[in-house]
Design a protein around this ligand. Structure first.
Ligand code: HEM
Length: 253
């Protein structure tokens, strides 16, 4: 015990520790709170959590898994960008070259694809979990709405990514999808033209989908996930079974 204490003392006296964490070793309730409040990396966590939220069967970790998959997608996607050429003449060949000539090309492409499919699944299951545990009720309605936008953004990211290899499958999937948008009463044709950037699927479409897929939608997603996490904390942590629906903040906010 004494040995542990002296090690703890030595750590907190260390100048590097002090410069990063700015408070004592987290072996007292006060210091544990300070670690969370003072650290940029940890401040997203509440100082206290309710016991039931730690049970794996309450959330199944679906939100965290979705976030992890998003990180995998960003990392593998950034790597794929080094090889993919967003031009109708070269996109298909660049993906073929990636698979045959680039070390770990198939692995990285497959990781990106699988993570995308899995993310659609986990985000949907997370949405269902939140619904069935009543997590959408007051004071969490706003975060539910943020969640719905996250769900739509997840689908849009999948859809826009589909066109980028420029193979037959992606070409016709986007043709069918944008025709469906075009059949919407009134503004359908305007929306179809806005998506395609021309009368039919072509270079302007690829450029638009590329910009949406690699910059606009990931940025929107990152901002929304930030707001989503911040709101979980501000709404008093996760919902509790039998919790009264109220607008007031509860513990942990
Ligand atoms: C990119 C997609 C998403 C990510 C990364 C994400 C992440 C998270 C995380 C980490 C939590 C903490 C609890 C848990 O792990 O289940 C959470 C809670 C929550 N999420 Fe999401 N989420 C996403 C999409 C959604 C969607 C689609 C909805 C609903 C339409 C939603 C609504 C909520 C609500 C209301 C809570 C609080 C639930 C409670 O208090 O029980 N989220 N989210």
């Amino acid at each position: 015990m004494n040995r542990r204490k002296s090690l703890a003392d030595r750590i907190v006296q260390n100048r590097v520790w002090k410069s990063v964490f700015r408070q004592g070793y987290p072996n007292t309730a006060e210091n544990q709170s300070k670690v969370v409040v003072n650290s940029w990396f940890l401040h997203i966590h509440p100082v206290k959590v309710r016991r039931h939220t730690l049970k794996i069967t309450y959330t199944f970790g679906l939100g965290v898994i979705s976030f992890f998959l998003f990180v995998v997608l960003v990392v593998t996607g950034a790597w794929l960008m080094l090889f993919h050429v967003p031009s109708v003449e070269r996109a298909y060949g660049s993906i073929q070259g990636l698979e045959t000539d680039v070390p770990f090309g198939i692995l990285m492409r497959s990781m990106h694809r699988w993570a995308a499919h899995l993310m659609v699944l986990t985000v949907f299951l997370h949405l269902c979990r939140v619904f069935f545990t009543g997590g959408y009720k007051r004071p969490r309605e706003f975060n539910w709405v943020i969640g719905v936008v996250l769900w739509v953004t997840t689908l849009l990211l999948s859809y826009t990514g589909y066109l980028l290899p420029w193979d037959q499958l992606s070409y016709w999937a986007v043709t069918v999808g944008t025709n469906m948008v075009g059949s919407f009463p009134g503004i359908g044709e305007i929306m179809r033209m806005a998506l395609l950037g021309a009368k039919e699927v072509g270079q302007p479409t690829l450029t638009r989908f590329y910009a949406l897929h690699i910059a606009i939608l990931p940025l929107v997603m990152t901002i929304l996930i930030g707001v989503h996490f911040w709101r979980i904390r501000k709404d008093g942590g996760l919902s509790a079974p039998g919790e009264k629906s109220s607008g007031e903040r509860t513990e942990g906010s």
